[in-house]
Design a protein around this ligand. Structure first.
Ligand code: PAN
Ligand code: ZN
Length: 190
């Protein structure tokens, strides 16, 4: 391995990593089933297909023992009254943990284990959140500028999006009276 390839630069202004190995762009049409208000999804998609977030990842190997990392740029906005958020996932290998560092913007993290225990944390600049093994995790932008954060995870963790797409998180974050509120997800299935 070339030592130069081990150094990546973070641009804190736009959240991009240089260089990166994978870039993912998630538009609203990619995550229709993740927002609770499906009418609001369709109303927006009739006019436009906004980018909700972008991920810049450095994934050098998927072999056990390695680490991967990625920045996410999660744009501000809402679908109905639900704030823009990531899809959220369990790791395919459930016992793999992760560390998140907030670089800029204001958010929340929703953590949930398979028994339905949920933790909602704030996620503001310089906050570091430990995602324990077995917990699904989602990030929500409750501010009015991009939420930029770094995540570091075992390279063999893998992403299971299907379980969340099907069952959802027990709690969701909406805007109520101009402020973020945590409410029960009307679509949550056990
Ligand atoms: C993060 C997430 C990233 C995008 O790097 O993958 O924030 O969220 P989704 O993967 O839920 O779309 C991470 O948790 N990696 O394991
Ligand atoms: Zn993860």
């Amino acid at each position: 391995m070339n030592l130069l390839n081990l150094i990546t630069h973070l641009n804190k202004q736009n959240g991009q990593l240089e260089p990166y190995t994978n870039k993912t762009v998630r538009k609203l049409s990619d995550m229709k089933n993740f927002y609770y208000n499906r009418n609001a999804v369709e109303e927006i998609l009739a006019k436009e297909d906004p980018i909700i977030y972008e991920v810049y990842a450095v994934e050098v190997s998927t072999e056990e023992g390695n680490l991967s990392f990625a920045t996410t740029v999660l744009y501000p906005g809402k679908v109905g009254d639900e704030y823009y958020m990531t899809k959220g996932h369990y790791h395919s290998k459930r016992n793999r943990a992760e560390v998140y560092l907030c670089i800029s913007g204001n958010g929340r993290m929703v953590l949930q284990d398979e028994n339905g225990n949920v933790i909602v944390t704030k996620f503001d600049p310089d906050d570091i959140v430990y995602v324990p093994p077995y917990y699904a995790h989602r990030t929500v932008n409750v501010g009015n500028k991009p939420l930029i954060f770094l995540a570091i995870y075992p390279s063999d963790a893998g992403h299971d999006y299907g379980t969340i797409e099907e069952k959802g998180f027990r709690k969701i974050i909406i805007e109520k009276n101009g402020k973020p509120a945590v409410i029960d997800n009307p679509r949550f299935c056990k």
